[in-house]
Ligand binder design. Structure first.
Ligand SMILES: Nc1nc2c(c(=O)[nH]1)N[C@@H](CN(C=O)c1ccc(C(=O)N[C@@H](CCC(=O)O)C(=O)O)cc1)CN2
Length: 295
């Protein structure tokens, strides 16, 4: 079998069109655009690119973007004061603090300070609790994007065996909860799972989010499985730089029914689901019915 290559960029573009319609309708009704505040501390080059992309995308879809770039030596108190200010700002519907923060800052304390109604990153412990309890809340962007791609490929996920490799708060844990809510039977694996190859080999759905370049080998994949690769590692081979995922893409493509590439698979969905969450947060904060985004 040669896998269908899942085009995350195209899917994200379609979702973006629907979000733009929802943002325009919100602006017509309220006299203001949905607002997204993104906070960057320090000058990590990758984080700078992601934050710039988020601001550009928000504006492209008709949202207001509030960008706060703070120096690397920013204190916890200064950052907490900014979060309090953004929580109180009526024009801000969503707040995202770009991760990772510099080592001297306490990320959890910062995330816990965000108003859960504005937690468009879905990382507040209350958002995680809502997800685990099956209650409506805001869901972490990358796993939400993975779920959208899976449902687009497979329709119903009910009854399927899924494995999530990786147990981060950002991806692995919320991903497992989302799959469980879709009635999958979920195995949560990680870098220390015994007999990982055997466990991966039983899964109809593989979500790889362990952060190790090509750790999941092609011959582990069950024939006809759907593979979602969240990993992005930069490697140098024969003097050339490459971006690779957590899955050996070429070999896995020979076994899978469908697979996401790196780049161009999950990555573009991460930014679009942030826009999706910002729109939802804006509508919910006004107690307006959330528009159907078809995802
Ligand atoms: N507060 C948050 N911090 C971080 C998150 C997050 O969701 N919330 N996720 C990542 C970084 N990230 C967005 O912030 C992100 C990562 C990757 C991509 C992306 O489009 N990747 C491309 C490849 C880009 C490249 O060539 O380097 C792809 O996979 O196609 C978008 C967003 C950590 N921090």
């Amino acid at each position: 079998m040669t896998a269908h290559i899942i085009d995350g960029k195209a899917f994200a573009a379609g979702l973006g069109d629907r979000i733009a319609e929802g943002a325009a309708a919100f602006a017509d009704r309220t006299g203001r655009a949905p607002g997204l505040a993104v906070v960057l501390v320090g000058s990590d080059p990758a984080s700078e690119i992601y934050v710039r992309s988020k601001g550009l995308m928000a504006r492209k879809l008709g949202m207001e973007s509030f960008e706060h770039t703070l120096p690397a030596e920013t204190t916890q108190d200064t950052l907490m004061a900014l979060i309090a200010e953004l929580n109180a700002n009526e024009a801000v519907d969503g707040i995202l603090v770009q991760l990772p923060l510099p080592d001297h800052l306490d990320s959890l304390q910062v995330i816990e300070a965000i108003d859960p109604a504005k937690d468009v990153d879905g990382l507040h412990p209350l958002s995680a609790g809502y997800l685990a309890s099956g209650l409506p809340g805001l869901v972490s962007c990358t796993p939400l994007g993975c779920l959208m791609l899976l449902k687009d490929q497979l329709g119903s996920l009910s009854g399927l065996d899924a494995i999530v490799v990786g147990r981060s708060i950002l991806v692995g844990k919320p991903m497992a909860q989302l799959l469980l809510a879709e009635n999958c039977t979920v195995t949560m694996a990680h870098s220390r799972t015994a007999d990982l190859a055997e466990k991966v080999g039983k899964a109809d759905i593989v979500v790889a989010a362990v952060g190790r370049a090509e750790m999941i080998k092609g011959d582990w994949i069950k024939d006809g499985a759907t593979v979602i690769d969240v990993g992005t590692s930069r490697v140098i081979r024969d003097g050339q730089k490459y971006l690779v995922g957590d899955v050996d893409f070429a070999a896995a493509s020979e076994k899978a029914r469908a697979i996401t590439p790196v780049p161009g698979g999950v990555g573009p969905m991460t930014i679009m689901t942030l826009m999706h969450n910002t729109l939802i947060a804006a509508y919910r904060r006004k107690n307006y019915p959330v528009p159907e985004l078809g995802a």
